[in-house]
Design a protein around this ligand. Structure first.
Ligand SMILES: [Fe+2]
Length: 505
């Protein structure tokens, strides 16, 4: 292995007859692994490994030459890479911001692996990933994490630092990985650049976020299943519509295309999630043996525009429109098939926006009627009720949600009968330090009998899944406005298989 200095010297000496790729490397100013490494979408025989080469992350092309750059990757069973099990070459192309996605296959099920990359005479940090157990196996336990909503301007990624230290099979990311806004003032950490519009804008924002050491640590510790919500594109977008800039649908689709390309470039996802113009196949499933089926939903790309002008309002008649939908007909049919298969102890619906239609009246008596979040499933009642009716009799559905920037747990009903539980994860940083019980909390709890738990601090969830019970641990940090926040377990809530109800541990 050449050191960087000797590599550059050798490259410079050989410049005259060297191919373009080698000449490009000789010009590198810094090590290219400034954005870390990541893995994702584990299966029983492999996972995706990811990196993006960038010597100067905030500069055009990440400071890289606008040329294809060769790289190598390795996977081993030990952290010292003495027992290599797979290796290969990859090309980091400027068309994809010099990102590299390798779908590693042929590995053993249910075991840990280590991976790393080499480029320009440099080695990347080492990442750790884990394969899933075989679909035909019957695992007794699964422990995973969930996180999202990580506005860089709202605070430090201390929660990710703690998440990295957990023992987890994977992390489910429920979206809002970046926020599209320009710089806030004051901000704990300011965004570089204005509101995101072009492909280069989105790329630079991902580069800024991915430069964070705590976020890199979480990615190198665990494989992620990533999804997106609204802020990867634009606040509260819905299908071809967005309300912030009033762009016509065909114009908005061009911006969405740029946002989707940058999302793909920066996420450890498979080729199946390749951006095809303004479209990405985001919804997808996974099976953790017979213990759990995971269905990752897409609640943005196909939805009809929010009813009643969006916002937190008393619902208008539009929320009961038969034409309104949160997920596409194809996605709904796919989900219905998976639920009907009854081939796992637990059905985990991993998605973005709250499914419980809780009452958002901030103070009892101030608003005369039930107030709902029209950007959540509460704005799409016909499809919501159809989905809840499909859960009846299964008694093993757990809905996993983000978006709210608060922790919630509660029950989902088909008519008067509870049919599932929902755990809503808070934010990593969005909305700042927070507090255990916010001013609006008591009213929410008093007006929403299905709601059993509420907390407004930052953090993440871990879920312990057994054959007969599932435990959600609400992990919170005492602050994000300065580094070094202390972690504590705010609550553990338990659901028993066969009984859609919640109990404290
Ligand atoms: Fe968010």
């Amino acid at each position: 292995m050449l050191t960087r200095r000797s590599f550059i010297a050798a490259g410079t000496a050989a410049l005259a007859g060297a191919p373009a790729i080698l000449r490009a490397q000789a010009k590198w100013r810094a090590q290219p692994f400034s954005l870390g490494v990541a893995s994702g979408d584990p299966s029983p025989d492999g996972f995706v490994i990811w990196t993006r080469l960038a010597t100067a992350p905030l500069e055009p092309h990440g400071g890289m030459p606008v040329e294809p750059v060769p790289a190598m990757w390795e996977v081993a069973t030990d952290e010292g890479f003495r027992s290599l099990v797979a290796r290969g070459q990859a090309t980091a192309r400027p068309e994809l911001a010099h990102s590299i996605h390798v779908e590693v296959a042929g590995l053993q099920p249910d075991r840990a692996y280590f991976y790393r990359f080499e480029a320009g005479g440099e080695r990347s940090p080492v990442g750790r990933a884990r394969t899933f157990p075989l679909a035909a196996s019957a695992p007794q336990r699964l422990r995973f994490g969930m996180a999202g909503c990580q506005d860089y301007q709202s605070g430090y990624y201390t929660a990710y630092r703690h998440l990295a230290d957990e023992e987890l099979a994977f992390v489910f990311h429920y979206g809002d990985y970046i926020y599209e806004y320009g710089p806030d003032s004051p901000a704990v950490r300011a965004h570089v650049g204005d509101v995101l519009m072009s492909l280069d804008d989105y790329r630079r924002r991902y580069a800024q976020y991915r430069s964070d050491a705590d976020l890199q640590r979480a990615h190198s510790a665990h494989p992620f299943f990533v999804t997106f919500d609204d802020h990867e594109v634009r606040n509260n977008w819905a299908g071809d519509f967005e309300d912030e800039d009033h762009a016509p649908p065909d114009v908005f689709r061009l911006r969405r295309q740029s946002a989707f390309q940058a999302w793909y470039e920066h996420m450890p996802v498979r080729r199946a999630q390749w951006p095809d113009g303004p479209a990405i196949r985001l919804y997808r499933g996974a099976r953790y043996g017979s213990l759990a089926r995971l269905d990752f939903l897409d609640t943005r790309q196909f939805r009809t525009n929010q009813p009643c002008g969006d916002g937190m309002k008393i619902a208008c008649a539009e929320v009961r429109s038969a034409k309104a939908h949160m997920i596409s007909a194809e996605e709904e049919a796919w989900l219905a098939r998976n639920l009907a298969a009854r081939d796992a102890r637990w059905n985990l619906l991993a998605q973005q926006v709250m499914m419980m239609a809780i009452d958002r009246r901030e103070h009892p008596g101030r608003t005369s009627g039930k107030t709902v979040n029209l950007d959540s499933w509460a704005g799409y009642e016909v499809q919501r009720e159809r989905l809840l009716a499909r859960m009846r009799g299964l008694n093993n559905v757990v809905v996993l949600t983000g978006d709210e920037h608060s922790n919630y747990a509660g029950l989902l009903h088909d008519r008067d009968r509870p049919v599932a539980v929902e755990f809503v994860g808070t934010s990593i940083t969005s909305d700042g330090d927070g507090q255990d019980m916010p001013s609006w909390g008591p009213a929410y709890l008093a007006n929403s009998p299905q709601l059993k738990f509420l907390n407004n601090q930052r953090g993440y969830l871990t879920c312990d899944v057994g054959r007969d019970e599932l435990r959600a641990n609400f992990m919170v940090v005492d602050r994000v406005s300065s580094p070094g926040g202390r972690l504590s377990k705010r609550a553990t809530l338990v659901v028993e298989r066969g009984v859609p109800a919640l109990h404290p541990a």
